[in-house]
Write a protein that binds this ligand. Structure first.
Ligand SMILES: Nc1ncnc2c1ncn2[C@@H]1O[C@H](COP(=O)(O)OP(=O)(O)O)[C@@H](O)[C@H]1O
Ligand SMILES: [Mg+2]
Length: 286
């Protein structure tokens, strides 16, 4: 059950292949999270799923038809994409940017409807940006701006939402707020979400379906509890860790091993230890 899938997808920039022969079936009505080291092809894959990038070979299939054969408007009504570094038109206000999410729903005979208005107001309320409605987007903080972009993607009101690192620039409380919002949208409206997250623990916490990529290939996919092991973390990120159950959710929690500490006897006191100079040892001795 997958409205959106990639089949034998190879993606390249000029002659540099970045993603090779990738097969991915996005499970309907679930939250899929893509993780992997920097530059492994996560954003490239997401952009291809949203038809921002044309495949070198293979295809992305939406409702049984290749994206390349579908009209742009039809794709935009089904799939919303928030890219990793979106750029806003100069001096545009928050409300106007969010309203642009409605473009795929507008027609020449009806430029702006009540449904459009409702979707914009609702999207701004859900992302806590209503108070910023009249502010220029370029005068906002990184975190505020990020929430405005998410509002725009929500206003588009698509069944499938692709989000590339939606929590970047957000402090931890806003990260949790956005991820909870994503979960709620998924639960309340049965939306399918595909998100790239750089935080492995958040990914393991929020994903129904986790996709681990490395060097343009899928290394493992499945429910986080089934696939996240210390071996996988080592294979994908080259990091030594232990994996324990998250005390709140029970999902896998990755804890890196062996943080650097100053060698004992040196002058570092990271562990709160005092150095051990010779006069300490010799005190009280003859
Ligand atoms: N527009 C582009 N032109 C050329 N190379 C690109 C472009 N975008 C990304 N790349 C390269 O493709 C590789 C994968 O990038 P990307 O998909 O953004 O990785 P990730 O999102 O996993 O960090 C990187 O080596 C990156 O430098
Ligand atoms: Mg990226």
């Amino acid at each position: 059950m997958s409205r959106l899938s990639a089949r034998g997808l190879t993606l390249a920039y000029e002659d540099r292949v970045v993603v090779e022969d990738l097969d991915l079936a996005v499970p309907d009505g679930k939250v899929t999270v893509i993780v992997g080291p920097n530059a492994c092809g996560k954003s490239t894959t997401l952009r291809a799923l949203g038809r921002l990038l044309r495949p070198r070979s293979g295809s992305v299939v939406l409702d049984g038809e290749a994206l390349s054969s579908l009209p742009t408007r039809r794709i935009a009504q089904a799939v919303g994409l928030l890219p990793q570094s979106p750029s806003a038109p100069e001096a545009i206000t928050v409300a106007d940017l969010v309203a642009r999410g409605r473009q795929p729903h507008q027609h020449w005979w009806q430029q702006w409807s009540e449904a459009d208005e409702r979707a914009v107001v609702d999207a701004m309320a859900r992302t806590s940006v209503s108070d910023l409605a009249d502010r220029p987007v370029d005068a906002l903080s990184g975190g505020q701006r990020q929430r405005v972009w998410i509002a725009m993607a929500l206003a588009q009101d698509t069944d499938i939402l692709l989000l590339d690192e939606p929590t970047t620039f957000l402090d931890i409380a806003h990260q949790v707020e956005v991820l909870d919002l994503v979960r709620r949208l998924n639960h309340e409206r049965g939306r399918t979400v595909v998100a790239v997250l750089h935080d492995l623990n958040q990914a393991a916490r929020y994903a129904d379906h986790l996709v681990a990529m490395k060097s343009g290939r899928v290394v493992a996919e499945g429910p986080p509890s089934a696939i996240v092991t210390a071996d996988l973390v080592h294979e994908v990120f080259g990091l030594d860790s232990i994996v324990i159950p998250d005390p709140i959710t029970g999902s896998p929690l990755i804890v890196p091993t062996s943080p650097w500490t100053a060698p004992s006897g040196g002058c570092g006191t990271l562990r709160g230890e005092l150095p051990d100079p010779p006069f300490h040892r010799s005190q009280g001795q003859p």
